[in-house]
Design a protein around this ligand. Sequence first.
Ligand code: RB5
Length: 148
Amino acid sequence: MKIYLANDHTGVAMKQAIAQHLTSQGHEVINLGTDDTTAVNYASQGKTLGLAVANDSGAFGIGICGTGIGISIAANKVQGIIAGLVYEPQNAIVTRQHNNANIMITGARQIAIEKAIECVDAFLKTPFEGGRHEERVKTLLTMEGEKK
Ligand code: RB5
């Protein structure tokens, strides 16, 4: 699989561990940074990640900030992106099965690196269930930019 990784300054060590893990499994990993612990803008990182995944059909993304919240909000603003915030492998499974998420987000200040790797593995091995979830996901993907 082709997997884009992006993080802010809080997620450098977690991102590097995930990159190493995915590379050793034979995945194609594209590191969008940062690899520096100097503070960077999580929103810009989320936007960069979202655009990379949205423009590369079939690719997945992993995003990391301190909580995961900020980078997930940013990534979800990009058309074509469904980014699921995950702290447990079970969340990762369900965001693939039900939401058809193409980006998994987690929080470097929320969970251990080992747990994050378990989440990534669960995310990447789980297919979308389709069925009753198709219509719901279609709604997610077509509501961007809507105003009442
Ligand atoms: C950085 O201090 C922190 O705000 C960021 O990593 C993230 O948690 C934002 O949602």
